[in-house]
Ligand binder design. Sequence first.
Ligand code: FES
Length: 343
Amino acid sequence: MKKIRLFPSLKEVSYHDGESVLSCLEKNGYALPSNCRAGACGECKIKIREGVIDQGFILDMALSQSDRDQGYALMCMAKVKSDLLEIEWADAEARPKLFPPVENALYMLTEKISLTKKIQKIRLRALGTPLRFWPGQYIQLGSVEKKIPYKSYSIANIPNQDGEIILYISRNNEGVTSKWIHDELNIGEKIKIHGAYGTFIGDPSAETPVLCLAQGSGLAPITSLAMAALLRGGFRNPATILFSAKTNEDLFEKGIFSFLESKFRNFRFRVTLTREQNPGLLVGRIPMILPSLYPNLSNYSLYIAGSPEFVADCVASCKKLGARDQCIHTEGFYNQDRVNGTI
Ligand code: FES
């Protein structure tokens, strides 16, 4: 049996032919970073110390030639070819902390609501054993029978007894999966989902003020993280979500944030519009308005979710304002249709 060994902890897991290094480690509970799961974002880049892999098809932008020369590889698409693969990941104390993901968990679509012109909210109910997930993680949704590629969507709710999963689906006119969900998937239909995946899981016990920055459906993992942390008594210090929308019509789920603001005096939901003005709301892109709102972010924990460009601009702006690398957590929503989806 082939093995994957983590360095420096020297923990080992058994590898089964055909699975990716990422899937194999996730099955064993190890929380490697990941995002697109398709060789497009570079999030799962890890250095190989020993052994041989088949890297599979990946985008050059996700792994440069210089990365390859230094021994890095993308774990989401890597298959192990030698008896032992040793990779550099985590520290000497590395231990499993994720729920092992499940494939083909059976769910039913029980609700579908248009939140904006582009975003639909869908609610899924487990027909079998519900997936276990941490707030901030994502699942994959598609259909083998209908040849709809599986794509990643962040979970917008917190774990509950009914095993419900709420997703905000942004319509991408270039992609098959989001159009299928918007136009063809009907209430009452059974679907199979994979998950949960991802390491955008936050630290509800953080003893620092928390600032969450979100754009579009990036509000999904941010809502899940914030709700979980507030309801469990985390975020004892001030916690703010700053949400960026183009116009007033692009705002959604205002009710839940009004509720959280009333229930938790340390929580604030603020909106900035980038294409119009509205009394009571901020105006301008988040990276532009941050310096006047938060001149010093050196003692903040930051959670940022949205398009890769939005995330990169916000990270740069936060760093200029003193934010520390280890306190910045990000989830970029890559265009998964740039690469072939896995069916
Ligand atoms: S490249 Fe591996 S998760 Fe995106």
